[in-house]
Design a protein around this ligand. Structure first.
Ligand code: GRF
Length: 203
C-alpha cells in the first residue's frame, strides 16, 4: 500500500510516520513527500529516510485551481492508496478534495469539532479549556470539518504554559497519526456514507 505525504514545514508528523514505517508499523510505504515550501525541514527528514520528495511552490501558479491541478498530477504519478496531510498549510479546492475523497487524512491540533482553523492552542487556552488534544480526520470540503477518525485528549493543567500544552498536543499527534494511517491501510478505518467507520462500526 502506497502513501503520499504532503507537508509545508517542520514535518514532525512525517517523522512519526517514517519512524513507524521503519519499525514495520505503518502498514504501507511512504512513496513520496511533497512540499509547497522549498525550505520545509520535512524535506530533509524525507531525504534522510531515503524517500523521494518533490517541491511544488504554490507561488509559481496563477491560482488555487491551477496549483491543485499540478499537485494532482504529481501525486497521481505515485499512484497512492492514501494521501496524508501532515502540516500542509494550504486550503484545498473542491476538485482536489473530491479526487481523493475517502482516501485523504489530515491531523489537526484540537479536539474537533472544537477549534478548526489556525491558532488552536492560543484560542483553547484563552477559553480556559480543561481538555485539549489532537484529531485525525478524513478530508472533506469543509476546512477541518471532515469526519473524525481518531482523537487523543489531554487534561490541561490550569498552571500549564502555552509551550507545555503545545508540546503535549504534538506528542499526541505523533502517537495517533501512524495508528490511523495503519488502520486505514489495513482496511479497518474507512469513510462510509454516514461518516468514519472502524471495522464496519460507525464512529
Ligand atoms: C501540526 O500541529 C498539525 O496538527 C497541523 O500542523 C502541524 C504540523 O506540524 N496540521 P509538523 O510539521 O508535523 O511538525
Amino acid at each position: 500500500r502506497r502513501v503520499v505525504v504532503l507537508i509545508s514545514g517542520n514535518g514532525s508528523n512525517l517523522q512519526a510516520l517514517l519512524d513507524a514505517q521503519q519499525h514495520d508499523e505503518l502498514g504501507g510505504e511512504i512513496v513520496a513527500v511533497i512540499s509547497n515550501q522549498g525550505d520545509a525541514y520535512g524535506l530533509i527528514r524525507a531525504k534522510e529516510a531515503g524517500v523521494d520528495s518533490v517541491v511544488l511552490p504554490h507561488r509559481e501558479y496563477d491560482d488555487r485551481e491551477a496549483y491543485d491541478r499540478a499537485l494532482i498530477k504529481v501525486i497521481d504519478r505515485h499512484t497512492p492508496d492514501l494521501i496524508v496531510l501532515a502540516g500542509f498549510m494550504r486550503i484545498l479546492t473542491p476538485t482536489f478534495v473530491h479526487r481523493y475523497a475517502g482516501r485523504m487524512l489530515n491531523i489537526h491540533p484540537s479536539l474537533l469539532p472544537d477549534y478548526p482553523g489556525l491558532d488552536t492552542h492560543s484560542r483553547a487556552l484563552a477559553d480556559g479549556v480543561s481538555e485539549h488534544g489532537a484529531s485525525v480526520h478524513f478530508v472533506t470540503e469543509e476546512l477541518d470539518g471532515g469526519p473524525v477518525a481518531l482523537q487523543a485528549a489531554l487534561r490541561v493543567d490550569p498552571d500549564a504554559t502555552a509551550e507545555q500544552v503545545i508540546e503535549k498536543v504534538h506528542a499526541r499527534e505523533h502517537l495517533i497519526y501512524p495508528i490511523a494511517v495503519r488502520w486505514f491501510l489495513e482496511g479497518r478505518l474507512r469513510l462510509g456514507a454516514e461518516g468514519a467507520q472502524f471495522d464496519g462500526m460507525p464512529l
